[in-house]
Design a protein around this ligand. Structure first.
Ligand SMILES: Nc1ncnc2c1ncn2[C@@H]1O[C@H](COP(=O)(O)OP(=O)(O)O)[C@@H](O)[C@H]1O
Ligand SMILES: [Mg+2]
Length: 252
């Protein structure tokens, strides 16, 4: 059984079709990259997986571990092990990172019918994950993202992902403004966290990220559909030739 199975997904916003028959299968242990021109529907796909109700699913299905994801509320999806890293991390003044993480983790545990994590176990996990993603311990005591540099926000986001140990992490990278350090931070995090039991969907406009994260599969999303699937060589070809080449090939 695959971890994520998207079949013939059609989705609209305000009656305007955005996804137009998207198919995607992701198995555990795999890292897939989705690339594609601006406006092709990449962020829409990420939002739909996370459960953003701005989008209307008009056709098709999304199964996560054999169960319909579309029947679940966003918090239930998180409890099932789906994590979405936001393109634009929010600042939460007055809420320390530690309290934020504790609340997030315990909410997920409650959904799963588990007791809140013991303080000692929580701290142990914090220390382990801080080391794993090389997060400066003093960031943990500051308010969520407040006054963080771009790189610190990224590292923080990767830390949150590490803490929650999702089965499926969807990373939607901004199409601009990601500097090389931020790319490295995200990539280091993914590489440190990837294992045979989880899976990553890495959405990116640029091939550069894939210099650091080696994906098992690369998909090209254009005009609401996956129009090509290949290995990382496909990403290099896109970098060299641009998207026009593939769009032309599709028409032919
Ligand atoms: N909430 C929304 N309201 C209106 N239009 C939207 C919304 N979300 C996405 N779209 C439109 O859907 C298309 C795909 O957008 P998006 O998924 O953000 O593309 P990408 O991430 O590939 O650049 C664009 O034309 C965008 O304007
Ligand atoms: Mg986008």
């Amino acid at each position: 059984m695959s971890m994520l199975e998207i079949k013939n997904l059609h989705a609209s916003v305000d009656g305007k079709p955005i996804l137009k028959g998207l198919n995607l299968t992701l198995n555990k242990g795999e890292v897939h990259a989705i690339m594609g021109p601006n406006g092709s529907g990449k962020s829409t796909l990420a939002s739909i997986i996370a459960g953003n109700d701005a989008y209307e699913i008009t056709e098709g299905s999304i199964e996560f571990e054999g169960k319909s994801l579309l029947d679940l509320e966003p918090h239930e999806r998180a409890a099932a092990g789906v994590f979405l890293a936001f393109q634009y991390p929010v600042e939460i003044p007055g809420v320390s990172m530690m309290n934020f993480m504790k609340t997030a983790m315990n909410e997920i545990r409650a959904q799963q019918g588990l007791e809140p994590m013991e303080p000692a176990a929580f701290l142990k996990r914090v220390r382990e994950k801080q080391a794993l993603v090389e997060l400066d311990a003093k960031l943990a005591n500051r308010s969520v993202n407040q006054g963080f540099s771009g790189g610190e926000k990224k590292r923080n986001e990767v830390f949150q992902m590490a803490m929650l140990e999702p089965k499926l992490a969807v990373l939607d990278e901004t199409d601009s403004g990601l500097d090389i350090d931020a790319l490295r931070i995200v990539a280091q995090g993914v590489n440190a966290l990837r294992n045979t039991n989880n899976a990553f969907l890495v959405i990116t406009h640029y091939q550069r990220l894939l210099d650091y994260i080696v994906p098992d599969v690369v998909h090209v999303l254009a005009n609401g559909k996956i129009i090509k699937t290949g290995t990382k060589d496909l990403a290099f070809k896109l970098e060299a030739k641009g998207y026009d080449w593939i769009l032309e090939t599709e028409k032919a």
